[in-house]
Design a protein around this ligand. Structure first.
Ligand SMILES: [Zn+2]
Length: 119
């Protein structure tokens, strides 16, 4: 289950990004996951929830946005969203294409609660 390793990576990124806010609670973590990474969203959330127990991220929620796979044609320049593994231009059917989106795995937003407002 490679989702567990990915969840661990996400947690490390969040902890690194929020190290100056260690007295605050992390509320939400938003990630973008490319379709071609073959990550199962449910497994990723499951792994995340299990790994954050006992850390400063406990109680936070992982939100996943799936990014569709997109290619750019090197012959005609048009972009196509691909479904499955056929790397072929929608317009001219050329297979000389470059992958634009679909392999990313990025933490793009971290929501932190300001504890001084709560207490
Ligand atoms: Zn084309």
């Amino acid at each position: 289950m490679h989702e567990l390793g990915i969840a661990q990576n996400i947690i490390e990124i969040v902890q690194d990004q929020t190290k100056n806010y260690s007295n605050r609670k992390i509320k939400n973590v938003f990630v973008k996951v490319g379709k071609l990474t073959n990550v199962l969203n449910d497994s990723l959330v499951f792994g995340y929830d299990a790994l954050i127990m006992g850390t400063n991220l406990e109680g936070s929620k992982l939100s996943i946005e799936t990014v569709p796979a997109k290619i750019r044609c090197e012959s005609c320049g048009s972009e196509s969203v691909i479904d499955g593994l056929t790397f072929c231009c929608d317009q001219c059917k050329s297979t000389s294409v470059k992958l634009v989106n679909g392999m990313e795995l990025t933490v793009f937003e971290i929501e932190i609660e300001d504890l001084s407002e709560v207490t």
